[in-house]
Design a protein around this ligand. Structure first.
Ligand code: AHR
Length: 331
């Protein structure tokens, strides 16, 4: 924990948290942005503002981060999951600033609205490292970002669709969280890849990256267009695709046959559905970013210069590739 004078408000807040027993979470406890326990020696105290727990991908990402930011790796982790509420996530970051952590890692729920709190972290001389998602704020306000190329993921999914559908095709889209980098970029990448093809986007709505959201939005599409009126679903993540599968089956149609599905993530449940023929193609989004994020935090805290962007490569899977990959899949 860096030695910094807490403001009166921050001190009062930290004392209140201590009194209520809300303290540092070094491995569990979603939603706890409690006061860091100091550590001492070379221990690096890191506040991690996670989006929430909306998907299988998110669980794997949280696990990877907690593993990497462990005590044995020299960290004290203060973990907060904001339940996909952007205001709550910003509040968690403010709490980290007030606690005087050594570094802050953020997986930003949405791209916009980060200028003020990032400036506050900068003024407090606390380095910010972004993981997974990006922000629209100036690059000067954070040290570095590690994540995936969401636009390329969308392009890869769109390229598969463009090659697969050569006749007029009615497509519906299950979008991720509105305003999030992956929802924005995956839409853009896909749309550019299907430009000039006979694929027509007849509807597009957010399912918030959740299985329940994907299911209820798909139910709405099915009652509006009928199973015969939809040829293809593009889901911005596997969880929404899995929800759509439930809705399609409940409507008496066969997912993967009557209605084809392409999605992004390649988490185990999605890969199993692909192997079972219920999803037709998946582009990976690798959630195992913890090790790289921890390496970057150590370098930044040590005053080293790091690359502004680190992109982790993704691959794509059809049914045969999913069958082959599943036995060794880590998430
Ligand atoms: O930011 C990555 C996205 O967030 C994943 O694709 C999705 O499953 C998660 O909720």
């Amino acid at each position: 924990m860096r030695k910094r004078l807490l403001t009166g408000i921050a001190l009062a807040g930290a004392m209140a948290l201590a009194v209520t027993g809300c303290s540092t979470d070094s491995g569990g406890g979603d939603g706890d942005a409690g006061a860091g326990g100091g550590g001492g020696g070379d221990v690096i105290t890191v506040g991690f503002a996670q989006t929430g727990s909306e998907s299988g991908w998110r669980s794997a990402n949280t696990e990877s981060m907690k593993e990497a930011f462990s005590e044995e790796n020299g960290f004290e982790l203060v973990f907060n999951a904001a339940d996909n509420d952007p205001a709550a996530q910003i509040q968690a970051v403010r709490s980290f600033i007030n606690q005087g952590v050594d570094a802050i890692v953020i997986a930003p729920i949405v791209e916009d609205g980060w200028e003020d709190v990032l400036q506050e972290a900068k003024d407090a001389e606390i380095p910010v490292i972004l993981e997974d998602r990006t922000v629209t704020a100036s690059e000067d306000l954070y040290e570095t970002w590690v994540g995936l190329d969401f636009t390329k993921e969308g392009e890869m999914a769109g390229q598969w669709a463009a090659e697969t559908f050569t006749e007029p095709t009615k497509m519906v889209v299950l979008e991720g969280t509105t305003g999030s980098a992956p929802a924005n970029d995956r839409a853009e990448g896909f749309d550019s890849a299907i430009e000039g093809t006979p694929i027509e986007k007849i509807d597009s709505q957010t399912g918030d990256f959740t299985r329940d959201g994907g299911k209820s939005v798909m139910e709405g599409f099915l009652s509006k267009y009928g199973a015969d009126g939809i040829d293809l679903v593009y889901a911005h993540n596997d969880d929404m695709a899995l929800g759509a599968i439930d809705a399609i089956e409940a409507a008496g149609a066969v997912p993967g046959e009557d209605i084809k599905i392409v999605s992004v993530d390649a988490v185990r449940d999605g890969m199993q559905a692909l192997a079972d023929g219920k999803i037709n193609y998946i582009v990976e989004c690798n959630p195992l970013l913890g090790e790289k994020a921890a390496e970057l935090v150590k370098a930044v805290v040590a005053g080293e210069t790091v690359e502004k962007r680190t992109i982790v490569e993704d691959q794509a899977f059809d049914q045969a590739a999913a069958e082959e990959a599943l036995p060794d899949r880590k998430y």
